[in-house]
Design a protein around this ligand. Sequence first.
Ligand code: B1M
Length: 225
Amino acid sequence: MSEDLLHQIARCVEVGKSDAQAKYPPAMAGQPGVSELVQQALDQAVPAERILKEGLTAGMSTIGVKFRNNEVFVPEVLMAARAMHKGMAKLRAVFVDDSMPSRGTIVMGTVEGDMHDIGKNLVCMMLEGAGWKVVDLGVDCAPQKFADAVRQHPGCAVGLSALLTTTMVNMKPTIEAIQTAQPDTVVLVGGAPVTGDFARQVGASGFAPDPQGAIELLEQLLTAA
Ligand code: B1M
């Protein structure tokens, strides 16, 4: 039963069906979309982690493979991303408890030239769920934007995301600008093309492959500091 629902969620992400009101894709007009199906899964007590992994992320992976193979193009992927965001908004209420005491502040953003924000938003949501106050600068953030933010939030950590091999190189000047603005700032880096070796090369404090890794690494780095 829940497998079927999770499969439907994945399919709706893949085809970009956000909610029942959405006119796209025309063949699914009037049918429930990601928003309703995620709510249905939550109502049926399907764990949020499963909804994220086997529903939302699974759908995104399928469209990712099609994108790589030139079977779909940017407009279709944008619709899938919009549907994914709708589902993540529903899950936020489960993952995030606004009444928790704050563990500290982290400034998050996708580096200059890069418009990908789904992974970064997931990391933001999970960090909030773990008690961090997240200042989300969004996408395509120039080094100066991060430098200004760390000045405004003394003592904060920073998380940089990049999804493109052409934009991950912008992490180095960004880290330099952050360290000039606030020396010894803890800076985490992540995103599909980023590795631990690359993190060391660009002078990051550490690399996390996924949201849980980011939470654990922050704990380690701040305990060690
Ligand atoms: Co783009 N895109 N894209 N894209 N896109 C990729 C990344 C690509 C791999 C597709 C492919 O197979 N060819 C490829 C990059 C190739 C490369 O550089 N090696 C690519 C390309 C080429 C492009 C364009 C250049 C395409 C074009 O225009 N011709 C263009 C560039 C635009 C730009 O940024 N300037 C482009 C555009 C887009 C869309 C706008 C259409 C859309 C983004 C919408 C959005 O984000 N709002 C899009 C998407 C959706 C993708 C794919 C299909 C999916 C990415 C995604 O959201 N994954 C992607 C292919 C793929 O990954 N299979 C692709 C799901 C997400 C949950 O995973 O983002 O990896 P991910 O995040 C993970 C981890 O990486 C980690 O945690 C997350 C959760 O586990 N993580 C962190 C991320 N940030 C972290 C930070 C941390 C720690 C962990 O600490 C701070």
